[in-house]
Design a protein around this ligand. Structure first.
Ligand code: FDA
Length: 307
């Protein structure tokens, strides 16, 4: 919880970003600063049978020009993925945080975010692939689902993320489990109050299972995003119970986390998509990864201590 609080602190961000060791640690979770490094990392993943969804790092922008730069980074990335033949059959797609393309702007934020996201969707359609809209803290859930609905009117393949820690999510899953819908289910990574979110991990896990059940029983395309071995096994058995073909759902994990398990799941004939972040705005992303797992924090602290 403390680390999640710090993930939005400007002062701590400056210290961490300047720490001499940060770059080395970041490399474990982030595919690189620029498009070329990221595309190479994606080519390596696709080469060994995994799929990818790529996130140009950045969030909570309060600058219209920055929102446009983020949009442009996605347009360049999609073009490059297409040129390298990595978008074939949706092998590589992109994930977009609406707050990075303008949602948090005080004036016309939603409109600007929708417009930027629409341009990214157009580029994805040209490249022959899809877009999934990430979910941020609970104050943005309604706005994000509203924008996803608008995008889906023109691009019915646009995916959304739902977070099992929110009390509302089981109902959202029921609303969104229909034909053509692509839903990534994750536990949720933000610091949320008790009034809206389960606080205990066993309650979050139980909610995740209820939500998975709704999605697997529905007609959409569930994307089970978790590194949790128990939840992965439950996802697989719920899919089997519904007689789902392996290509009618997928597993997803983060770049650099449980790579052997990622390869094992892909080799067993299931679809495994890796979320690949890149860019230099890695602070918030890295702090959320450390908050999830003490071992990740220890990795960071050990690296600091040995410098
Ligand atoms: P959790 O972190 O609770 O770990 C459960 C178990 O998994 C551990 O006990 C351990 O057994 C195993 N495990 C985890 N990490 C391991 C490691 N490094 N090595 C070995 N075992 C390990 N969140 C959000 O709020 N909005 C979003 O849009 C997204 N998007 C997203 C996309 C994708 C593809 C993923 C995988 C995740 C997200 N998330 C997210 C993040 C998500 O909400 C969540 O914070 C993390 O996935 C961590 O939760 P887990 O389900 O992995 O379990």
């Amino acid at each position: 919880q403390g680390l999640l609080g710090l993930s939005r602190s400007k002062a701590v961000r400056q210290v961490i970003e300047k720490a001499p060791v940060s770059r080395d640690v970041v490399r474990r979770f982030v595919a690189g600063d620029g498009t070329a490094e990221c595309v190479q990392a994606v080519a390596d993943l696709v080469g060994d049978g995994r799929l990818a969804t790529i996130d140009f790092l950045g969030e909570d922008t309060l600058d219209v020009a920055q929102a446009s730069r983020t949009r442009d980074a996605y347009l360049t990335l999609l073009q490059e993925l297409h040129t390298r033949d990595l978008t074939k059959a949706g092998a590589a797609e992109v994930s977009v945080k609406l707050s990075a393309v303008g949602q948090a702007l005080p004036q016309d934020g939603e409109k600007i975010a929708l417009d930027n996201a629409r341009q990214i969707c157009e580029a994805a359609a040209k490249a022959g692939t899809t877009v999934t809209i990430d979910m941020e803290d609970h104050t943005t859930t309604d706005s994000t689902l509203g924008i996803v609905r608008d995008l889906r009117a023109d691009f019915p393949w646009v995916g959304a993320v739902l977070q099992a820690y929110l009390h509302r999510t089981e109902a959202d899953c029921r609303d969104l489990a229909g034909q053509g819908s692509r839903i990534r289910l994750c536990k949720g990574a933000y610091k949320e109050p008790e009034s809206v979110a389960y606080q205990e991990s066993h309650d979050v896990d139980a909610s995740y299972v209820r939500c998975l059940k709704v999605l697997m029983e529905g007609d959409g395309y569930p994307m089970a995003a978790s590194h949790d071995p128990r939840l992965i096994e439950i996802a697989r058995s719920l899919a089997d119970k519904q007689l789902r073909a392996p290509e009618s759902y997928e597993f997803q994990m983060l770049f650099g986390i449980r790579p052997d398990e990622q390869r094992r799941i892909a080799a067993a004939g299931n679809q495994m998509r890796v979320y690949v972040p890149y860019g230099d705005e890695w602070y918030g992303y890295l702090m959320r990864r450390m908050a999830e797992r003490p071992a990740n924090t220890m990795f960071f602290l050990r690296a600091l201590a040995t410098k």
